[in-house]
Design a protein around this ligand. Structure first.
Ligand SMILES: [Zn+2]
Length: 286
């Protein structure tokens, strides 16, 4: 992404859609219109659409789950089907509903990232996708399986070059080992926090030194009532200065994302914050 890049939401007759413009101040993004699709056909054609480097489609799945279609890859993070507050609302198995149907993405190069083993981040259903997708790779932040075809970036500070992608992790411990990911691919730099929480700033400095800029950051939308958790997220935003932030970790309570964005705007944080309202919401980044 070049410094003058702007962000747009573009109407796509496949999924819910928000239109907003780049701003130097944090802001919320409200749906201007919403187009629901009951068919995965439009999603398939969207997934086949040529993208430029630095361009991506981003789907909000559930809770911390996001899927990012870049020029050459589909990246899936912390996919789960349900969480405590987020229950299955639609039988539709499609990105349009925030669900992964392996047949919908079978022709893509798919990379599945899991930050840690807590059930709101890791749903073993992802292992059922093996054999159903042309090129499927798993990148776990801990020793999740004994399968030698899976990548386990146990760390500390794991790193990997994989199919033109650079992956870096930082680690923390909350009863189980956890990572956050920094990923560089297709002219995009992506930070995915998972539940990474540490008061040490050296990890974030380490990641900052790995990239010129962060295009997209996926961050827990902890509002100020959560005290330290909020302060940590704000510090990460101040240090990484992501151009666009996708809030997460409040599946079923998506209104929290708007509150989080409002607080960031009050603090003058320099990022555009996209606020999904429901599973399957689609964002076009370029
Ligand atoms: Zn969590």
């Amino acid at each position: 992404m070049i410094a003058t890049s702007r962000f747009f939401w573009t109407a796509v007759a496949a999924a819910s859609l928000v239109v907003c413009q780049h701003s130097d101040a944090a802001q919320t993004a409200k749906s201007e219109h919403s187009i629901d699709s009951s068919s995965s056909g439009p999603i398939r054609s969207l997934l086949q659409k040529p993208l430029q480097g630095g361009e991506a489609y981003v789907w909000y799945l559930v809770h911390c789950g996001y899927a990012i279609k870049t020029q050459t890859k589909l990246l899936i993070f912390d996919y789960v089907r349900t969480t405590r507050d987020s229950h299955e609302r639609s039988p539709e198995q499609s990105l349009a509903a925030g669900r992964i149907d392996p047949s919908e993405i079978r022709d893509l190069d798919v990379y599945v990232f899991v930050s840690h083993s807590h059930e709101d981040h890791y749903d073993p259903v992802i292992l059922d996708w093996q054999g159903q997708i042309r090129n499927l790779k798993y990148i776990f932040g801990w020793q999740a399986t004994d399968d030698s075809s899976h990548i386990h970036l146990v760390g500390p500070r794991g790193s990997l070059k994989l199919d033109g992608m650079e992956i870096y992790t930082i680690n923390c411990w909350s009863g189980v080992p956890e990572v956050a990911y920094l990923i560089k691919t297709d002219d995009l730099t992506i930070f995915f926090q998972g539940d990474y929480k540490s008061d040490s700033l050296t990890d974030i400095e380490y990641l900052r030194d790995k990239c010129a800029a962060v295009d997209m950051a996926f961050l827990g939308a902890h509002t100020q009532k959560w005290g330290d958790a909020s302060a940590r997220i704000i510090r990460i935003m101040q240090m990484l200065r992501p151009r666009m932030v996708f809030p997460m970790h409040y599946g079923g309570k998506e209104e929290t994302y708007t509150l989080f964005a409002e607080e960031c705007a009050q603090l003058g944080l320099p990022a555009v914050i996209k606020c999904p309202e429901k599973s399957g919401d689609l964002f076009h980044f370029r």
